[in-house]
Design a binder for this molecule. Structure first.
Ligand SMILES: Cc1cc2nc3c(=O)[nH]c(=O)nc-3n(C[C@H](O)[C@H](O)[C@H](O)COP(=O)(O)OP(=O)(O)OC[C@H]3O[C@@H](n4cnc5c(N)ncnc54)[C@H](O)[C@@H]3O)c2cc1C
Ligand code: SF4
Ligand code: SF4
Length: 405
């Protein structure tokens, strides 16, 4: 029986795997490890102290998420605070090709390093020992940033070392999933070093994190024996590019982005992601995503093209950073009418609007849920229409009753 908020979050399956609780509790009391179905979860040597649990209750994205107000008017409120919207790409053609979309995110990181604003970037890259998984790195050169570029559809806990990084007193930037960044922004209210030392909080739009089990199933479908895999990329080398496993005998296995995500990985996304009203990174300074081209009906096409990132500017800090990266010749951007995000990211719009109905269905079965503050989930839900909400409520309720969430 859970006695702390942290244990309630873990037991209810609400953890998104950000790693902040482990950072707050310290490595002797909590570490992040793959657990159960293959998601990164805190492994506790004992419960948090009451003081630690009070902080965790406010910063853990499985407990509470603040959806910041303001910056409305440039698009649907589901997109969060927006000062500007653009498409963009890295000016360096090699980086643009290797990165996930257009490499705009990595180009911005390169500017943070080359301008001296950041001494290192806390980010995620392929694991040395198991390249289909992730590890956390501190990048301090363009080579490091390039190495870490690309989306990695596997568990990551980029905040696990954050307290150690803050203790060093050096300036750095953080790249994370929207829930990681929401957690870090909330933690800034408890630790003044965050605002002093974290020069930029950068997120990518996130449709959800699959488990290691899902990634292993992908390897199996690709006929790639894990012990023989020496390198693994989920996409990139084109846009969207292919999943690519390199084997010890020098051969490679590939699968399309569409087949890997739609056919395998999306079926292994953790519960927390299905009730995520902030997959768009409302707390970040800058958010990057895929600026998909649409078909005649307005739905995204996933056909190969020259890489193009979507760039959402949320704060004055983010605005100055994007402008400086462009002036320094690292980043190229083109303004985009905010209304076009709706057609590029229909999944995000739908999930944000249906979050309330899913939360209500979970509560109806007595389950704990995430508290969202700052913006009205009811207003988002209204935009989806009555029938969509009823169907979503009924579907979640039926899965909850059958313990199939
Ligand atoms: C799990 C996941 C879900 C995503 N869902 C969506 C979506 O719904 N819609 C959408 O438009 N885009 C989504 N993306 C993001 C998208 O694929 C691109 O990362 C984004 O478009 C930026 O492209 P870029 O070329 O500018 O980034 P790049 O220059 O390639 O930089 C990518 C950055 O993301 C970091 N990163 C990669 N994987 C992880 C991870 N698992 N955890 C933490 N950091 C990581 C890298 O360290 C690097 O800094 C998702 C990415 C991931 C990893
Ligand atoms: S979401 Fe983050 S802070 Fe919350 S339990 Fe999981 S790892 Fe800990
Ligand atoms: S979908 Fe939401 S909760 Fe899940 S990993 Fe992405 S940002 Fe975090």
């Amino acid at each position: 029986m859970a006695s702390t908020r942290l244990e309630t979050v873990i037991e209810a399956g609400l953890c998104s795997g950000c790693g902040l609780c482990a950072a707050i509790m310290g490595p002797e009391r909590a570490t992040m490890d793959l657990a159960g179905a293959g998601y990164l979860r805190p492994q506790l040597a004992g419960p948090p102290t009451p003081e630690q649990d009070a902080v965790i209750a406010e910063v853990c994205p499985g407990s509470q998420v603040m959806l910041p107000q303001g910056g409305d008017g440039l698009g649907a409120p589901e997109w969060g605070p927006l000062l500007a919207v653009a498409t963009g790409h890295a000016v360096d053609d090699g980086l643009r090709r290797q990165a996930s979309s257009g490499g705009a995110l990595s180009a911005t990181l390169n500017h943070l390093l080359s301008s001296g604003q950041a001494e290192f970037i806390l980010q995620v890259t392929a694991s040395d020992g198991q390249p289909w998984l992730n590890q956390i790195v501190r990048s301090s050169s363009p080579g490091d940033v390039r190495q870490a570029s690309g989306s990695r559809y596997a568990p990551s806990a980029p905040l696990e070392p954050i307290v150690r990084c803050l203790a060093e007193g050096r300036r750095f930037a953080v790249v994370g999933k929207p829930c990681d960044i929401a957690a870090l922004r909330a933690y800034a209210r408890h630790d003044s070093r965050v605002d002093e030392l974290v020069v930029a909080m950068i997120a990518f739009m996130c449709g959800g994190v699959p488990s290691e089990t899902g990634v292993r199933q992908l390897l199996k479908r690709m006929d790639a024996e894990p012990s023989q895999v020496t390198a693994f990329r989920f996409r990139g080398d084109g846009w969207p590019g292919m999943v690519r496993a390199t084997l010890a005998d020098g051969t490679g296995r590939t699968m399309s982005y569409h087949d890997s995500w739609g056919g395998v990985l999306s079926k292994h996304v953790q519960l927390r992601c299905k009730i995520c009203a902030d997959g768009v990174g409302m707390s970040a300074d800058l958010v990057f995503a895929d600026a998909w081209y649409g078909d005649a009906a307005g739905y995204p096409l996933f056909e190969e093209a020259e890489g193009r990132s979507l760039v959402l500017v949320r704060t004055e800090k983010g605005k100055a950073l994007a402008a400086a990266a462009e002036a320094a010749g690292q980043l190229a951007t083109h303004p985009l009418p905010a209304a076009e995000i709706d057609a590029m990211q229909p999944y995000q719009l739908r999930r944000t609007r249906l979050t309330l109905s899913r939360l209500l269905a979970m509560r109806a079965t007595g389950r704990p849920t995430v508290r969202y503050k700052g913006r009205s989930l009811a207003a988002f839900a209204a935009a989806a229409g009555l029938m969509a909400n009823v169907r979503s409520f009924a579907g979640t309720l039926s899965r909850a009753v059958r313990n199939r969430l």
